[in-house]
Design a protein around this ligand. Structure first.
Ligand SMILES: O=C(CO)[C@H](O)[C@H](O)COP(=O)(O)O
Length: 409
C-alpha cells in the first residue's frame, strides 16, 4: 500500500496487483487497492491459463478494471475470459510472457478480440539477458491493438518502448524496489511523457556489464542470489579493497612458489589470481609478487595458504585475501599447475569463473552463470535498499519481512 501511494504520488496512472501479491493475499489485495485508489486503473495480473471466465469474474468483482490472461492459454480460455470481461464490464489484457512465437500469437490475440496485448519478458527471463523492447518493435508493426510492455523497464527502456509504440508501460522492480519510490516513478513518468528527450546509452559488452554489476553489489548480495552458496571458507581480507575479475587458477605445493609467480605473467589485466597451496605454514606469496601483479594490472589475489611481507603488501594496496600470514617462504621448484580446476576456500574454482571480494570475504561465481547471477544479485541489492529505507522510517526488520507469518510450518 505504501509503495502504491508513493508511486501514485510520482505519477503512476495504473496500479498493477502483481501475481505474487495475488497468490499471497488473494482477491483481497485487489479489493484493498480498489478502495484506496478509486480513481486509478487497477490491473489484476491473474496470469490466467485456464478457467478464464471464472478468474476474470473474480478479479472484476474484487474491483479490477483490467484482468490479465496468459497469451499462451488455449483460445477457448481467451474467448471465455473475453465473454466474462464483457459481462462484468472489465477489459482483458493478454500477456505474451513465454509465448513460443510472440509475434504470431499477437496477431492471433488481436483477432480473438482482446483489449490489450502485453509484450512481456518475465523476471527470470530478464536475468538471462532477454528484453521486451526488440520484440515490441516487431509486434507494433503487425497489430493495431493497444500494446503494453513489461519486463525490467527503467527510464531509458521505458522511453524506447514508448517510441516503439507502447501505450502502457508496466514497471515493477525499478519502482517497487527503489529506496525512493516517488522519485523513481517520476523519472519513469518523465520518460513516458517525453520519450524523445531521453538519451539512450548503448549497452557495453556482456563482460563489461557483469564487471560493472559485480562492482556495484556486495559479496553478501551475490551469495544470497546464489541461494547462500559460493562463499569461500576460511579466506579473509588481508589488504582491503573491492576485487572483481575472472580467475586465473594456480595449484601449487607446500614450499614451492614458482607457479604462483609464473601465473602473474599469464594473467591479463583485470584478472584475479586464485591460489591453492596446501601449506599454511610456508608463504607462497609476498611483496615482490604483489608489486609484479600491480604492474600487470591484476585485480587481486586469493590464497588458501600463506602470505608474507605484510607491511609491504599493505603499502602496495593490491587487494589480497588469504587464510594465513607467516614470515618464511619456500623456493621456486616448479611443481603444480596454472589454469587447472582447483578447490580454494572449499569452493571449486575454474579458470574464468568470476571472483568477487570485499569486506565480508570472497565469493566464486561460475562463469556459465555469471550474467544471470550478476543480474539476480542486483535485484537482491535493490530489495535491500528498499528494506533499509523502510527500517529508517521506523519499521523493524521482522515486521517488514512479516517473519512470523512466513515462518515455515
Ligand atoms: O508480471 C511481472 C512478472 O511476471 C512483473 O509485474 C512485470 O515483469 C514488471 O516487473 P519488472 O519491471 O520488475 O519486470
Amino acid at each position: 500500500m505504501e509503495i502504491a501511494k508513493e508511486a501514485v504520488a510520482g505519477g503512476a496512472d495504473w496500479i498493477e496487483i502483481g501475481t505474487p501479491l495475488i497468490k499471497s493475499e488473494g482477491m483481497n489485495a485487489i479489493r484493498t487497492m480498489r478502495k484506496a485508489f478509486p480513481d486509478r486503473t487497477i490491473l489484476a495480473d491473474m496470469k490466467t491459463v485456464d478457467t478464464g471466465a471464472m478468474e476474470v469474474e473474480m478479479a472484476a468483482k474484487a474491483g479490477a478494471d483490467v484482468a490479465i490472461v496468459l497469451g499462451s492459454a488455449d483460445d477457448s480460455t481467451i474467448l471465455d475470459a473475453l465473454r466474462s470481461a464483457h459481462k462484468y464490464g472489465v477489459r482483458l489484457m493478454a500477456d505474451l510472457i513465454s509465448a513460443p512465437d510472440p509475434v504470431k500469437r499477437a496477431v492471433e490475440l488481436e483477432a480473438l478480440g482482446v483489449d490489450y496485448i502485453n509484450v512481456h519478458v518475465g523476471i527470470d527471463q530478464q536475468m538471462i539477458g532477454k528484453d521486451p523492447v526488440s520484440i515490441l518493435m516487431e509486434i507494433s508493426e503487425k497489430v493495431g491493438v493497444q500494446l503494453a510492455v513489461a519486463g525490467g523497464l527503467d527510464s531509458e527502456s521505458a522511453a524506447q518502448a514508448v517510441r516503439a509504440g507502447a501505450r502502457i508501460v508496466i514497471v515493477g522492480g525499478n519502482i517497487t524496489r527503489s529506496d525512493n519510490v516517488t522519485e523513481a516513478a517520476k523519472k519513469i513518468r518523465k520518460s513516458v511523457d517525453s520519450p524523445e528527450s531521453v538519451d539512450i546509452r548503448g549497452r557495453g559488452t556482456v563482460d563489461q556489464e557483469i564487471r560493472e554489476i559485480f562492482k556495484e553489489v556486495s559479496t553478501s548480495n551475490i551469495s544470497d542470489a546464489m541461494h547462500r552458496k559460493g562463499a569461500m571458507k576460511g579466506i579473509h581480507p588481508l589488504v582491503r579493497g573491492k576485487m572483481v575479475g575472472p580467475a586465473v587458477t594456480v595449484q601449487c605445493f607446500p614450499g614451492d612458489w614458482a607457479k604462483t609467480v609464473e601465473a602473474i605473467d599469464l594473467a591479463k589485466p583485470g584478472d584475479v589470481i586464485v591460489i591453492y597451496n596446501e601449506s599454511k605454514d610456508i608463504a607462497c606469496w609476498g611483496g615482490l609478487a604483489t608489486l609484479s601483479s600491480l604492474n600487470k594490472g591484476i585485480a587481486g589475489v586469493v590464497i588458501e595458504g600463506a602470505v608474507r611481507d605484510i607491511d609491504e603488501v599493505e603499502n602496495l594496496g593490491l587487494p589480497i585475501y588469504t587464510s594465513n600470514t607467516v614470515p618464511n617462504a619456500g623456493d621456486p621448484k616448479g611443481f603444480g599447475e596454472i589454469n587447472a580446476e582447483i578447490t580454494c576456500g572449499s569452493q571449486a574454482v575454474k579458470p574464468g569463473d568470476y571472483i568477487i571480494g570485499d569486506e565480508s570475504g570472497v565469493v566464486v561465481v561460475p562463469k556459465e552463470r555469471a550474467y544471470e547471477l550478476a543480474r539476480r544479485a542486483k535485484e537482491v541489492n535493490k530489495e535491500e535498499k528498499r528494506l533499509f529505507d523502510e527500517i529508517r522510517r521506523g519499521g523493524t526488520l521482522s515486521e517488514i519481512l512479516k517473519l512470523k507469518k512466513w515462518e515455515k510450518i
